[in-house]
Design a protein around this ligand. Sequence first.
Ligand code: HEM
Length: 119
Amino acid sequence: AEQRLYDELGQQQGISQLMELFVLEIAADERIIHHFENVDIDRFHRMLSEHICELSGGPCEYTGESMVTVHTGMNISRAEFNAVVEHLMTAMDEQQLPVSTQNRLLAILAAFHKEVIHQ
Ligand code: HEM
């Protein structure tokens, strides 16, 4: 059987580290940082980690808001969405995750584009 994506990502610790790198990449991007000005970054990191843990088949239950609810009012553009995906790719490279693992996670997140863009 195929390995759980959760295991490929290094389980909870690997996901937490990956999300930390991801948040640092986002915070360094002038094109999108305005969306995060009033955001509680600790919560953001925790919610992202829970979300990815659950989506990848790990033993977590995401306790945050729905993707539509969270991103409503942000009017996120396709370019901004792509910028965030790029930051995830950079973070996954830094974590030295295999391309096959990276593609599995990207496929899951790409499916949210309709719930995140232009809400
Ligand atoms: C696949 C794409 C995306 C996914 C899966 C995603 C996922 C999430 C999750 C799980 C949270 C935490 C929700 C909570 O605290 O209850 C969140 C919050 C947030 N997201 Fe996204 N996100 C995506 C794309 C984006 C993009 C492209 C932007 C902006 C450029 C963005 C901006 C934000 C902001 C600003 C928050 C914090 C909201 C707050 O705490 O008030 N997200 N996102």
